[in-house]
Each structure stands twice: as C-alpha cells, then as structure tokens.
Design a protein around this ligand. Structure first.
Ligand SMILES: Nc1ncnc2c1ncn2[C@@H]1O[C@H](COP(=O)(O)OP(=O)(O)O)[C@@H](O)[C@H]1O
Ligand SMILES: [Mg+2]
Length: 302
C-alpha cells in the first residue's frame, strides 16, 4: 500500500457519536455532548473524518508559476453522471485540469454547472463516473472508500457554505476536535488567530456572526495543516463586508501556510483575488485565466 494511505482509520458511522480512544477524555466528552445535540450529517462526518493531517505543505504562496512544478491534482476527462436513463444528469462532461502547490484558484460558474461535483471528487467525497483524478502519483478514481477516507483526513481541509460548527462547543473546542487527532496540528489558538479570531476563543457559535462562524470553520479546516483547502461557496451565505473578512482569512492562510486553496463560487468578483481562474459551464471547463495582478480580498466588494 502506498505510504500516504497508511494512517490508522477512525471508525465513525451515521448517527454514531464520533468518539476515539486517541482523543483525550475531555475531547471525547465534548464530542459526545455535541453529537447528542446535533444529528451527524453526511457532510459533517466528512469534515470530521478529514481530521488527521501530515504536514507536506510548504510556504510557496509567492512562488512564480512560470516554471511549472508537479501538480498536486490532475484530472483527465472526468465525467459524472447522476441517475440513469431518461433522468440521468450529466454533471461533469469531460474535465481536464491540474492544480499546483501553493496556488489560489477560483472555480467560477453558474449554479448547476458542476462546481460542487468537481470539488467533491477532488476532495474524495465522491467518485467520478469516468476519467481519472490523481493526487500526486495516486489515482483517487481507483481508491476504495477506506483509502478515500484516509486521503480526506490527512490531506484535505473542507469549508462549506454552512459552517457545520457544533453549537455546544466554543470556537476553541470546535477546532480542537480536529487538532486532538491530527499528527502535526497547530494549536487551536494559532489556527483561530490566523483567521483573526484570537480574541473569540471561548465564544460559542450562537455568540458569533455568520462570518465569524465561517472563520472558525476555516480554522478547523486548516489546523491540521492540510495540503489543500477546498471551499464550496464559502461566502455564499454572507453579505459583502462579512464575506470579505472570510476571504481575507483564506488569503492569509494561503500566504502564510502555502496551502493550495480552491474556492468555488458563482461570484465573479471573488475571481480577482486568485492566481488562476477556471470557468465551468455545463460540466466543462470553458475558460482559464491567470490574474497578472491579484486584487487583495479587502479591496473586493459585491
Ligand atoms: N446527488 C445528485 N443527484 C442528482 N443530481 C445531482 C446530484 N448532485 C448534483 N446534481 C446535479 O448535477 C448538476 C451539477 O450540480 P452541482 O455540482 O451541485 O453544481 P454547482 O455546484 O455548480 O451548482 C446539477 O444539475 C445538479 O442538479
Ligand atoms: Mg454547488
């Protein structure tokens, strides 16, 4: 088995409390309390299952992409069909792409064009119907469920439109759920400081704004030092000013940690902060642009 797949698997299941002997008693207690108050959704489990990390990211935020490095991800003629026969939906119709270390990529496209489907396949949450997707030298499109779970847990941070925070845990505890099972995590306090929430450590989600909650979710995603951060409409539920704060946090993470960052959005303004913009239309990549000059997140308005 490949080296990157060898991490131990934490067993979780639908409706089962996520409790591990690797966690401290206080963390287990906190998680038990939390799962008693919030039904585990598929997405929530996926986030939690992506809890452990190895640090293979290096700060490359300011690198030039002129001399093309090895891609982290490569997709080749990726297709995804939901359903069969007359009700079949062709969500992806042959996607070719590469993502490079340290890049900040925005994937743009209208609702329903396949953005989430693509992101879910890159992050190992879903599998393609056809084509191949590679993470470094490993073919994700051939990996089984256990391997995909390990891949997510060790290498991928997810941020979704809705923050999926556990209401009965403070900001610090929401991040600690991940850091207590990661191999080389940063302290929750450091992750929260990185997203500008160093002063909100002991606040509960209900005591924070939507933008602050989303930044806690970003802190949770990056605390394990993932190689790649995949963000699905991270500002979709936020107003412009609050969304900008969230984008600043993502910008900061990318610049400080060198985490390859992918944001999918239907908001064209956000594309201006990216190194590279891929445009999707009806399941295909219909455009690619490099921003000669990136706009800082704080200058964005929509
Ligand atoms: N689980 C699913 N079952 C059936 N159809 C789906 C499923 N997920 C997405 N789709 C369909 O696939 C297409 C692409 O969806 P999606 O990737 O969510 O687009 P986007 O994120 O760009 O809005 C849409 O037509 C959507 O209705
Ligand atoms: Mg979507």
């Amino acid at each position: 088995m490949a080296e990157w797949l060898k991490a131990p698997v934490l067993k979780t299941g639908k409706g089962q409390p996520f409790v591990s002997s690797n966690l401290t008693a206080s963390a287990n207690d906190a998680i038990s309390r939390a799962t008693a108050t919030q039904e585990g959704s598929e997405r929530y489990l996926a986030i939690i299952q992506s809890g452990m990390a190895i640090n293979t990211a290096s700060p490359m935020a300011n690198m030039s992409f002129a001399s093309t490095p090895e891609p982290i991800f490569r997709a080749c003629d990726l297709t995804k069909v939901y359903g069969v026969g007359e009700v079949a939906v062709h969500a992806l119709r042959g996607i070719d792409l590469a993502l490079y270390p340290g890049e900040f990529v925005v994937i743009l496209g209208p609702s329903g064009c396949g953005k989430s489907t693509l992101l879910n396949i890159l992050g190992g949450l879903d599998v393609p119907s056809g084509g191949q997707v590679w993470y470094h030298g490993q073919e994700l499109s051939k990996a089984d469920d256990a391997a995909l779970t390990r891949f997510r847990r060790e290498h991928v941070g997810f941020v979704f439109q809705f923050y999926n925070l556990i209401p009965s845990l403070t900001a610090r505890e929401n991040v600690a759920i991940v850091t207590e099972i990661a191999r080389d995590p940063m302290p929750p306090e450091e992750a929260l400081a990185l997203v500008g929430l160093g002063e909100r450590l002991d606040h509960f989600p209900a005591q924070m704004s939507g933008g602050e909650q989303q930044r806690v979710a970003i802190a949770r995603a990056i605390a394990k030092r993932p190689v790649v951060l995949l963000c699905d409409e991270p500002t979709g539920a936020l107003d412009s000013a609050t969304g900008v704060r969230v984008l600043q946090a993502l910008e900061q993470v990318n610049a400080t940690l060198g985490t390859t960052t992918v944001i999918i959005t239907h908001n064209a303004d956000i594309a201006r902060m990216a190194h590279r913009v891929l445009t999707l239309g009806d399941g295909r990549v219909v455009g690619e642009a490099h921003n000669a000059e990136r706009i800082r997140a704080e200058a964005l308005r929509w």
